[in-house]
Ligand binder design. Structure first.
Ligand code: SF4
Ligand code: SF4
Length: 479
């Protein structure tokens, strides 16, 4: 097969010119491409009103150290949730791969989605596969320069739009786009657009299947997740080859029953399944790591089977076991383990995200000096209280003490504390105990912070009040 790519990276790459195909899986793939592009390009423009914060539905604001995703606001300190989300995504990938092979690669991977669009552009400008092969082999002339030039120009337009759209997630899109086109945007925005334009152009336009075959690590370690029950795109070799192998549909061998009587398989050796393959492999040679399970060869073969009046499904989604006459087995120990782990991580993630505190309070006792004996004999301890407001509203808090008999709280010139949205503030609190109230060396007590806007919301922090032993003894003796 001249279009089959080499299996060794050091060998010369053979160009692939995939033929277009119609069918059920092609329709699904097209629907996913349209959905993915619509979401990716339109999301930065979706407005979302917030009391305090950007009015963009999805925005990753690096300078404010906050990510807004609809009603969720994540701050830099919420990085744990991001890590947990990636753990969840990785487990989901393992779980799905164990059951249904590389469906992610075939339908949802950015590389697949963008390469698909680039191939459509190529097809639209240069024509169907034979026309593209002819154009590639022809000498350079005005027509070739125009067609190849227009293809690369349109690829660059899509690549640039991809980089631009990505950048718009990192600032207020309507302002940022004006700044970009008037060259007033930050340098980082320009570098990001340039980088993504080049990588998209190279990966989806030039490298294409080479990215899946040689650069993507997933293709290499997927075998660890595969077993004989994993659903993959497979050629039914028993049916396709018969006893005497494949045969072109000659006059005598076109009828299905005649063909079977003659001992030939159902594969008419048309090569359509190979011609539509974006990675250029022949699925009839068995499962290969280059296969991204895009299922276009199923559509191709079904088209041929329909045209010659044979049953469809010579190439189909199936497992190795099923192809050899066994039963479909979805629930396997490995799948159950992945599934249970997925449920555990999902529960922790969604429960934790819902229950996460919108305010972090930390208190540190000032230790130099640990205590001060005031002129009237009272003892004073000093505390640094840090409050992190993770909401997008102004926050006013009152502070009080609990569990320290006779203690007086002194916040300096404040009687309540103000913290701006998505920011933190540190303030100092002096806690004094009159001499006559001194009981013991170390007293446990609590700071109680109350939200003035939502009075039901309180946060407590337990700490120690320290009194020197000598003073405790004196006070006890006096009593
Ligand atoms: S062999 Fe079939 S499923 Fe695999 S990549 Fe090629 S066309 Fe897609
Ligand atoms: S498309 Fe079907 S019939 Fe044609 S070569 Fe492939 S497997 Fe055989």
């Amino acid at each position: 097969m001249s279009e089959t790519p080499t299996s060794q990276p050091e060998q010369q790459r053979i160009a692939i010119y995939p033929r277009s195909v119609k069918g059920f899986y092609r329709k699904i793939k097209t629907a996913i491409v349209i959905l993915a592009y619509s979401v990716y390009f339109l999301l930065p423009w979706l407005r979302w009103e917030r009391e305090n914060g950007p009015s963009q539905a999805v925005i990753f604001d690096i300078t404010a150290r906050r990510f807004d995703i609809f009603n969720f606001t994540l701050f830099a300190q919420d990085i744990f949730w991001l890590a947990l989300f990636f753990a969840f995504a990785a487990l989901l990938l393992f779980f799905v791969t164990g059951i249904a092979g590389r469906v992610f690669c075939g339908y949802f991977c950015f590389q697949t989605l963008w390469t698909d669009v680039f191939m459509h552009i190529e097809h639209w400008v240069q024509g169907e596969r034979p026309a593209r092969i002819k154009l590639a082999k022809s000498k350079w002339n005005a027509q070739k320069i125009f067609k190849i030039g227009l293809t690369h120009f349109l690829w660059l337009v899509v690549a640039f739009s991809t980089g631009l759209a990505f950048t718009l997630y990192w600032g207020n899109a309507p302002d940022l786009i004006v700044e970009i086109f008037t060259f007033q945007a930050p340098l980082a925005a320009g570098i990001t657009i340039l980088f993504l334009t080049l990588t998209t152009y190279v990966m989806a336009g030039i490298a294409r299947e080479q990215v899946c075959t040689y650069m993507c690590p997933y293709a290499r370690f997927q075998s660890a997740m595969f077993d004989s029950d994993t659903i993959v795109v497979a050629y039914d070799s028993i049916r396709g080859e018969g006893n005497r192998g494949r045969h072109k549909p000659s006059k005598e061998l076109i009828k299905h029953d005649k063909r079977q009587q003659a001992g030939y398989g159902d594969c008419v050796d048309c090569g359509y399944c190979v011609q539509v393959c974006p990675t250029g492999i022949d699925i009839r040679n068995g499962l290969q790591y280059q296969c991204i399970t895009c299922a276009l060869c199923i559509d191709a073969c079904n088209t041929i089977m329909k045209s010659v009046g044979y049953p469809e499904g010579l190439i189909r989604y199936s497992s190795e076991n099923e192809m050899q006459g066994g039963n479909k087995r979805i629930l396997k120990p490995k799948t159950i383990i992945y599934g249970l782990s997925l449920i555990v991580v999902a529960v922790i993630f969604f429960w934790g995200l819902g229950a996460r505190s919108v305010v972090d309070v930390s208190v540190r006792q000032v230790r130099q000096p640990l205590f001060v004996v005031l002129s009237n004999g009272d003892i004073q301890n000093r505390y640094a209280i840090k409050v992190n407001n993770k909401t997008d509203r102004q926050m006013w808090l009152t502070v009080s003490l609990r569990g320290l008999d006779g203690a007086i709280l002194d916040l300096g010139r404040f009687d309540k504390i103000h913290i701006s949205p998505a920011s933190s503030a540190t303030f100092y609190a002096n806690v004094k105990i009159p001499q006559k109230k001194i009981r013991k060396e170390n007293s446990r007590f609590e700071f109680v912070l109350k939200d003035l806007n939502e009075k039901s919301k309180t946060w407590t922090h337990e700490d120690n009040f320290f009194t020197p032993k000598k003073l405790v003894n004196q006070t006890v003796l006096k009593k």
